[in-house]
Design a binder for this molecule. Sequence first.
Ligand SMILES: Nc1ncnc2c1ncn2[C@@H]1O[C@H](COP(=O)(O)OP(=O)(O)OP(=O)(O)O)[C@@H](O)[C@H]1O
Length: 252
Amino acid sequence: MSSKNMIEAKNLTKHFERKIALSSLSFTIKQGELVALIGPSGAGKTTLLNSITGLVPITGGDLLIDGKPLSAYKKGKIFAKKVGVIRQQFDLIGPLAVIHNVLAGKLSEWGTFKSLFSLLVPQEKELALKALERVGLHDKAYEITSTLSGGEQQRVAMARLMVQKPEVILADEPVASLDPARADDILSMLTKIVTEENQTLITSLHSVEYARKYFTRIISIKNGEVFFDLPTEQVTDDHLAELYQIKSGGTI
Ligand SMILES: Nc1ncnc2c1ncn2[C@@H]1O[C@H](COP(=O)(O)OP(=O)(O)OP(=O)(O)O)[C@@H](O)[C@H]1O
């Protein structure tokens, strides 16, 4: 496995007016790592993920993606090959057929004409069908996306990401709206695909159980700071109790 640094954060800081959402965070994530971001509500997980995508501009510190500052990436094609996002709301267009949503992973590469033409005659159909097959949805390619279940829609979002093929995948609470069986299904599929492709995955999660089951490293955030950053097997119940402030007497 290559050991290049995919994400380097040095003293990353984000203020929203007077609110300090991220306070001098530092960490390095290497290619191929599966990182779970955990921490209490309001700790700064979403803000951190949004900083890495550039959606939320940082207030201070340095952020390097594959050795280059975010500002060195022009929005569009090159950045889409570097960083892809998967969200809880899936960001799919409900009235479109599944295949069009999957092919949306190519939009940043295609010009306007090819993108529009693809809505009439799907372009690079084989690529989309292959991705759908990998997520077990090849028989749903021409169904209307909004008629699919939440778990199926999340699989469509994963197939879209497979077509986009970014080096880094950021997922913000990707299974929060799914029942435990579907959530397990999605996380095992996502981590399997990412491992096969040697991609790098950073996922925020409320479930410590899923973080432990599917991820190799856990970065915990509390009050905008890194609370602990450890290989999963070194994370103890005491670490977690302290993170979520569960006192030994059993009170929360
Ligand atoms: N646009 C904003 N304007 C002002 N404050 C914000 C904004 N976005 C986030 N915050 C604040 O920054 C802090 C971190 O929020 P963030 O959403 O990153 O936490 P989180 O760990 O993802 O929480 P959750 O687990 O509940 O999703 C919170 O106190 C939040 O209220």
